[in-house]
Design a protein around this ligand. Structure first.
Ligand SMILES: Cc1cc2nc3c(=O)[nH]c(=O)nc-3n(C[C@H](O)[C@H](O)[C@H](O)COP(=O)(O)OP(=O)(O)OC[C@H]3O[C@@H](n4cnc5c(N)ncnc54)[C@H](O)[C@@H]3O)c2cc1C
Length: 421
């Protein structure tokens, strides 16, 4: 059996690796000249910058891949620096323990007392928005000033527009949080559950897809965009500008609109649904600051009048000098991404200085037209997706977006294919 994998991001490459491990032949078609998809590490003015993800937890699927690829010595652990939310004129530290919770100025005394009632409020409900669910469970202050900005900030979507069933509700269910966030956190603390460290690699996260592509070089076709997937007598034809390859099964790991285009012939109904999935456009600006900022990063509370969604302090986090990465635009200000690069840089510099009190100079800026999946109401369209036998989707809109989640999906699918399922 041969499996054709469309897309050589981390999902497609990990799937290929896990299939080969199980003795299943597969071939990866990647449109770009380099592997990795949204994982994109570069060196700018002597320091590593990431246009996509900055870090991952070294959880089991990541650790096992790092071992397989012999990348252990290149792993760099993140510094344990505080995280902040900008609210009402300054950065305020996010509490991660009971003691920090008592002393934080992110919440009033009333907000803190309301938060303690969370175990009595019932679990997330699929039919409510993340905003409504968090307000009901944690109270308005903790929802608006802590968890809402931290969670919505990851995706660039306002929590009011994220249905629980597509996002936080699903994530909590997968983690076995069936009743209360506070009780689950207390249980984990008392049970001594270790959270895997946050890591990157010396050359950035790109080291992971790069090593995978090198390991499987003979079967990873870079610079080879797939133009269509058609049915054949006994499988599928994957067509590229370099020719056609007949495979027994095809797996698409491409973004929703690309998958829609490629499946237009074999699954027109599903293609129309996938085409509706929204992604948040992002402007990513790498900044060099004039002074150190003792933070791993911060999010900007969404009622604040800034176009910056959040900042990762990569210099502090990974000992990369005074570098920071600012994320602007998202669902809140998508039009910013269409502004000239000079405007985007100038907005990022000005807002960084206003948010932190420290001046910064933009050293590089990139636009991600298709940034994070929005996990908003457009995700209802997934209910209409029904794929023909022999076609699978292994992409971040079908499961969790984070790197560990992408690797888990790849492992599960490889297992299912190898067993003939
Ligand atoms: C800005 C940003 C920050 C993030 N931060 C984090 C983080 O800190 N930690 C974390 O764990 N996760 C983070 N994520 C999420 C995570 O990085 C992604 O969900 C994951 O990398 C997606 O991998 P993928 O392989 O599923 O998709 P992609 O990386 O999108 O790969 C799809 C591939 O398909 C290719 N392709 C497209 N069209 C074709 C075609 N016609 N033919 C062939 N190939 C094609 C693309 O070139 C691409 O390489 C972040 C994501 C973004 C966008």
């Amino acid at each position: 059996m041969t499996v054709g994998i469309v897309g050589g991001g981390i999902g497609g490459l990990a799937l290929h690796h896990r299939l080969r491990e199980r003795g299943v032949d597969s071939v990866v078609f990647e449109a770009a000249p380099d592997p990795g998809g949204v994982i994109s590490s570069r060196v700018v003015d002597g320091a590593v910058v990431e246009d996509g993800p900055q870090r991952t937890r070294l959880s089991q699927p990541v650790a096992s891949l790092v071992d397989d690829l012999g990348l252990g010595d290149a792993v760099v652990e993140a510094a344990d620096a505080p995280l902040y939310v900008y609210r009402d004129g300054r950065l305020r530290r996010v509490p991660f323990s009971l003691r920090e919770g008592l002393s934080t100025d992110l919440l009033s005394l009333r907000g803190k007392l309301r938060l303690l009632l969370e175990p009595l409020t019932g679990p997330p409900r699929g039919d409510e928005s993340v905003e409504a669910g968090l307000r009901r469970m944690l109270g308005a202050e903790a929802a608006e000033y802590v968890v809402g900005p931290l969670y919505g900030g990851i995706y660039g979507t306002h929590p009011d527009e994220m249905p629980m069933r597509h996002s936080l509700g699903r994530a909590l269910e997968k983690r076995g949080v069936d009743r209360s966030l506070l009780v689950a956190a207390a249980r984990a603390k008392l049970g001594g559950t270790e959270t895997p460290p946050v890591v990157t690699f010396e050359d950035g996260l790109g080291a992971l897809p790069q090593a995978l592509a090198e390991r499987h070089g003979d079967r990873v076709r870079l610079g080879t965009p797939v133009e269509s997937v058609r049915e054949a007598d006994d499988g599928y034809v994957i067509a590229t500008q370099h020719g056609e390859t007949v495979v027994d099964r095809a797996v698409l790991t491409t973004p929703g609109d690309v998958t829609a285009e490629l499946l237009g012939e074999v699954a027109p109904g599903s293609a129309a649904a996938l085409d509706r999935l929204a992604y948040n456009p992002l402007a990513v600006v790498h900044l060099e600051s004039a002074a150190p900022v003792d933070a791993s990063g911060f999010q900007v509370q969404y009622a604040e009048p800034f176009r910056t969604l959040g900042v990762t302090c990569t210099g502090t986090l990974f000992d990369r000098g005074r570098r920071h990465t600012a994320y602007l635009g998202g669902g809140r200000n998508p039009e910013l991404v269409d502004e000239p690069a000079s405007t985007i840089r100038e907005v990022a510099e000005r807002e960084f200085a206003e948010l932190t009190g420290v001046a910064a100079t933009a050293v590089d800026a990139t636009r991600l037209r298709r940034g994070m999946p929005a996990y908003d109401g457009t995700w209802d369209a997934l209910e209409a997706v029904e794929l023909p036998d022999g076609i699978d989707i292994c992409a971040n809109y079908a499961a969790r977006a984070g790197i560990p989640g992408r690797l888990r999906s790849a492992e599960r699918l490889a297992g299912r294919i190898a067993e003939g399922g």
